[in-house]
Write a protein that binds this ligand. Sequence first.
Ligand code: GUN
Length: 290
Amino acid sequence: MATLLDGKALARQLQADMTTRVADLRAQHGRPPGLAVLMVGDHPASAAYVRNKERACDRVGIASFGKHLPAQISQAELTAIIHACNQDERIDGILVQLPLPAHLNAVALLHEIAPDKDADGLHPLNLGRLLREEPGLRSCTPAGVMRLLAAYDIALKGRQAVVIGRSILVGKPMAMMLLAADATVTVAHLYTRDLAILTRQADLIVTATGCPNLLGADAVQSGATVVDVGITRVENADGTSRLVGDVDFAAVEPVADWITPVPGGIGPMTVAMLLQNTLTSFCQRLGIKD
Ligand code: GUN
């Protein structure tokens, strides 16, 4: 039976550590670190994520400058808001919640965020730093996966890792981080044939597709580590709903050695890494040790 990789508990501990640090920084420097979360429209899942991020900021004492913007906002208006955040001395981290409505060009907007305030690590400069294994702000979800695996001493060097999904938010940076940790990395995606042949050889599977039940017991080798980044709301027969990942948890739990729950696995770790990035930006901008 697999042991749970308890992201919720680790995130709570990290937030408790950050709370003390933030209070000290605030006392020494006269202001707390600040994060601006820009959310466009009212996509219900995004609204829930943004609420979580803002609540987490409150808990650790980071000032949050959330802006909830109308779905019809233009590219130029949103660009101007990002530029204003770049200039605002109280703001150390800026995040544009994705996905954006179809009329907005997300890639172009991510270019506009000042790289030293790029709390999501999605600016080309920070992605380039990741590729080159240079220090920089790292994407929160894959950074959260790495932090969770490290907390449980899960070895990566020389191990076979399969990442399912190739998004800029998770799959691509995840693959780069695992490669930097000396894993042998395969990236699978929508057009991959015979996914289960790949995953059955994997010591570590990280899945980030949003397809419930993508992985069952037959897709996982005994002793594997399974990290489920997927999160999808599905209807129960009685009309209520619940959140599920990409993995058929009940089927895979007896086969794997380590597994993340959904919810309570990677979601809270993403939020913890976002707070950590904001703290890191604050320290770097003020020229103090992180
Ligand atoms: N949408 C879902 N997760 C994330 C995230 O971590 N960052 C951003 N910007 N958008 C998201």
